[in-house]
Ligand binder design. Structure first.
Ligand code: NAP
Length: 411
């Protein structure tokens, strides 16, 4: 493996996309804007301590700081310098805090841009309950799901034209003249592309995750009853992919009913589908029936935030954006600018994203150590302000002290 000259070695990918991880990998980090530096300062020692304790000092991350966001604008005039993209590609794995979307710079969002440039097509959000965290539902502990949200297509592809613009008028004319479709006068227009390739690579990742982890099911969530050739096609292509590539390990819900008397054969993953509106009821009423969810971009955006709320909010919700050539792990909340520099916000989301990253590197022991230590810290009612204000008898600590408490709870 190539040395960097700064203490670390590069992670590499083989032709099948599997990672080779040295004992001292170079991992990129972007602190982020607003309270990003606060949560990163709390997170990094937790990740380092978990790796040190899990591997008796034989493994160590070599952190490489990458410029992005407001600091990068000050230093280079560019919120997302080419060098940062290059280094993420070279590191293969990186972690980031939240970034402010610059206003009036012509970029929709740095996060969306990063996902598009690096083709990070799967947004992965595990959602589970940590005992003690205040939740708006009676049985949050029944939620244990991983959402695989398609990250590059759908109405999020950014193909849209403003009401009254020449492009919108031209498009409206094209529809009227060629397809006899009339749009309301001065309609703004957005396009919703969903492709077989985009669907298949997302569903492949979701199924592979379920098979690898021995999880019971993958649910395709779509609105195919209304949008037949986009959302309906997502469902169709998802089932096709399961049949073509996972025939030995996956059965459909229909097969379970018709061939196996309603009980899934041991060791098989059941693939099923639900219409999006019904799914929002299902995850509230029967969450234990769902494990892995694969869904187009917009459904996934709504569903993953709703599920996070169900188990106590975004402050503790981790996330990752993964493609075939790179993976970027990130806090799922924003920059919380009013708390910037106060050492106050909850670093849980970034810490758990870091645990996901360690798991992705194949360092599952360190990931588990962090999750268990965080669980014990919260069970001891040591929490940041956001949770303390909802918990009776909580001991409120600052952002960095919460990180220290997690390290103290690793045994
Ligand atoms: P936000 O930064 O998530 O903050 C909204 C509120 O959520 C905060 O005022 C705070 O609530 C709570 N909150 C957020 N993070 C928290 C944490 N770690 N611990 C405790 N509470 C937390 O949302 P926003 O104000 O809408 O967005 C601010 C900026 O972030 C925008 O520029 C937006 O573009 C950007 N953003 C970036 C990402 C990303 O990088 N992935 C994602 C979303 C938004 P209380 O005030 O009630 O305490």
């Amino acid at each position: 493996m190539e040395q960097t000259g700064c203490g670390g070695e590069w992670v590499s990918l083989d032709s099948r996309g599997a990672l080779t991880v040295p004992a001292n990998p170079n991992i990129g980090f972007i602190e982020g804007d607003g309270s990003g530096p606060d949560i990163w300062t709390a997170t990094r020692p937790v990740l380092d301590a978990a790796v040190f304790k899990s591997y008796a000092g034989k493994r160590k991350i070599n952190w490489l700081e990458l410029a992005a966001g407001e600091r990068a604008v000050k230093e280079t005039g560019d919120p997302l310098p080419e060098k940062t993209i290059e280094l993420i590609r070279k590191c293969v794995v990186a972690i980031k805090g939240p970034l402010t979307t610059p206003v009036g710079k012509g970029m929709r969002s740095l996060n969306v841009t990063l996902r598009r440039i690096l083709d990070l097509y799967a947004c992965i959000r595990p959602v589970r309950y940590f005992p003690g965290i205040p939740s708006p539902v009676r049985h949050p502990e029944r939620v244990d799901m991983v959402v695989f949200r398609e990250n590059t297509e759908d109405v999020y592809a950014g193909i849209e034209w403003e009401s009254g613009s020449s492009e919108a008028e031209l498009f409206a004319r094209l529809l009227r003249d060629n397809f006899k479709v009339s749009l309301p006068a001065e309609a703004g227009i957005g396009i919703k592309p969903i492709s077989p390739g985009g669907t298949r690579r997302l569903v492949r990742r979701a199924l592979a995750h379920a098979v690898r982890r021995g999880l019971p099911s993958v649910t395709l969530v779509h609105k195919g009853n209304i949008m037949k050739y986009t959302e309906g096609a997502f469902r169709k292509w998802g089932y096709e992919l399961a049949r073509e590539e996972f025939a030995q390990t996956v059965v459909t819900e229909d097969e379970v009913r018709e061939k196996f008397g309603g009980k899934a054969p041991a060791g098989k993953v059941v693939i099923k589908d639900r219409i999006a509106d019904s799914m929002f009821q299902q995850v509230l009423l029967r969450p234990e029936e769902y494990s892995v969810i694969a869904t187009p971009n917009l459904n996934g955006d709504y569903l993953s935030d709703a599920l996070a709320a169900q188990v106590g909010g975004l402050g503790m919700a981790p996330g990752a954006n993964i493609g075939d050539l790179a993976a970027v792990f990130e806090a799922t909340h924003g920059t919380a600018p009013k708390y910037a520099g106060l050492d106050k916000v909850n670093p849980g989301s970034l810490i758990l994203s870091g645990a996901m990253m360690l798991d992705h590197l194949g360092w599952g022991e360190a990931a588990k150590l962090i999750e268990e230590a965080l669980e014990r810290t919260v069970a001891d009612r040591i929490v940041t302000y956001d949770l303390a204000r909802q918990m009776k008898g909580a001991k409120e600590v600052g952002c960095s002290s919460f990180g220290v408490a997690i390290i103290e709870h690793m045994n």
